[in-house]
Design a protein around this ligand. Structure first.
Ligand SMILES: Nc1ncnc2c1ncn2[C@@H]1O[C@H](COP(=O)(O)OP(=O)(O)OP(=O)(O)O)[C@@H](O)[C@H]1O
Length: 432
């Protein structure tokens, strides 16, 4: 029987992964640190930020006295993450490259490298998240006092491993982990899942990890850095000028360089206008962007959407959803947004309908994540089970369709074709 002894920890040169590696050492694992170079970017002083981060990761390994490796996934990152990011933008969606990076790079390329080349029994990252397997291990160590619980055999665990929210709800990163495979998850340890960021910093300070403690939190997309986002995108995508059109009176208010540059709910800076306007709709065919004069305009709210094919972390949809075809739970479509109560309805083609209990603002296509209801907590008082979804493929309408609940309760979900923006918001006409 193979036990978990060797853990390969992804070290970014930041404080979280440094403390994750330290905690693994303390738990008695044999630990190896790996830095991944995914993108070549220069900071404002012309220094390659990845090289600086790599140096910091190397120093962490020296301090912890563990082996260090560096791998390059620049080609894979470009093909699987960055190209997907550009394609999605070109289609008018709002992609999340962090989710795609976790799926293809950290929990696929890195995972396989660690297992196949370095002989890892498990991998670890500094993400704030937990798994049901880890919870079980911690429980065993605490209550059954089995030291060998540390090295239990992860490969033979029969039940699907669940992804659980972190104890620090502000730092929780399960949104970014929503496309990770079951295969990788069952061999992943998140040492920070039960800790707060503040406590993690304290551990770093007490353990000579000052050089990572002083670094700034990574924010936004790593490849964009401090550059202007619009300029950055236009380096890669062809401009497609179009109009900004008011949904109130169908008037042309100005022009833009590309409809794909705008995300639902975003404030649009329209040349020559002092008052703010907000993006409520995009017309990819004509290249127009429809705007509303208020941040809380009703046109920005939706309570019903249909996803694309779902990626279930546990591989199968929850038994209750398969049995009843409907399930109450919660969802979010942005990292750190509050969870919204909703009802899921399963379709035969693997997609689901999500009906939010209250309408939500600016539900952009491209991302979605559904943790299961709080009623189904694995351990009372702890975070909910996460059952993440794939991408939202289309948002259909603002309000409920009369009789819809009855339709779905009977298991006969009607499929609605997305309406044209012009019909949807009161029939505004083509711009003159
Ligand atoms: N270039 C990299 N090389 C190796 N591991 C990485 C790299 N970038 C991220 N990771 C892993 O993914 C985890 C999450 O990264 P992310 O950038 O989202 O969070 P973070 O809070 O900034 O983490 P950290 O403080 O460790 O940099 C990191 O803790 C680390 O384990």
């Amino acid at each position: 029987m193979q036990a978990v002894r060797h853990v390969v920890c992804a070290l970014s040169g930041g404080v979280d992964s440094a403390v994750a590696a330290l905690l693994l050492r303390r738990r008695g694992y044999q630990v190896t640190g790996v830095f991944m170079k995914n993108w070549d970017s220069l900071d404002e002083h012309g220094v390659c930020t990845a090289d600086k981060d790599c140096e910091d990761a190397y120093r962490v390994c020296q301090i912890l006295d563990i082996p260090f490796h560096q791998v390059s996934y620049i080609k894979e990152y470009w093909n699987d993450v960055f190209s997907d990011f550009l394609n999605e933008y070109e289609k008018g969606r709002t992609p999340n490259p962090d989710i795609v990076c976790n799926k293809h790079i950290k929990f696929s390329c890195f995972f396989h490298y660690a297992v196949d080349n370095l002989g890892a029994d498990a991998i670890a990252t500094g993400h704030y998240a937990r798994t049901s397997l880890e919870d079980e291990e911690v429980f065993q160590q605490k209550h059954i006092k089995r030291p060998e619980g540390l090295f239990r055999n992860r490969f033979e665990v029969r039940n699907a491993v669940k992804l659980l929210q972190a104890a620090d709800s502000f730092k929780d990163q399960t949104f970014f982990l929503s496309q990770v495979s079951q295969d990788a998850l069952r061999r992943t340890i998140f040492p920070l899942g039960g800790l707060t960021k503040q406590f993690v910093k304290k551990i770093a300070a007490e353990n000579r990890l000052h050089h990572v403690l002083q670094k700034k939190e990574s924010m936004g997309m790593c490849f964009v850095g401090k550059r202007n986002f619009e300029h950055f995108l236009l380096q890669y995508l062809q401009p497609r000028p179009g109009h900004f059109i008011s949904i109130e009176d169908n008037k042309v208010l100005g022009t833009h360089k590309g409809w794909f540059l705008y995300t639902l709910g975003q404030r649009a800076n329209i040349g020559g206008l002092r008052e703010p306007w907000y993006v409520v709709e995009k017309d990819g065919v004509k290249g127009n962007v429809f705007v509303a004069p208020r941040k809380d305009h009703p046109a920005l709210y939706r309570d019903l959407l249909r996803t694309s094919r779902v990626h279930w972390i546990t591989e199968e949809p929850p038994a209750a959803l398969v049995r009843d075809k409907m399930m109450e739970c919660h969802f979010r479509f942005r990292h750190q947004m509050a969870l919204v109560p909703c009802v899921l309805t399963l379709n035969q083609d693997g997609t689901v309908w999500v009906t939010a209990v209250q309408a939500v603002r600016a539900l952009a296509t491209g991302q979605l994540h559904i943790p299961k209801g709080f009623r189904d907590l694995p351990v009372p008082g702890v975070a909910p089970v996460t059952v993440p979804l794939g991408r939202v493929c289309c948002v259909l309408q603002r309000g409920r369709v009369p009789g819809q609940r009855e339709d779905r309760a009977a298991g006969a979900v009607r499929l609605h074709t997305p309406e044209e923006p012009a019909q949807r918001w009161g029939g505004h006409r083509e711009p003159q």
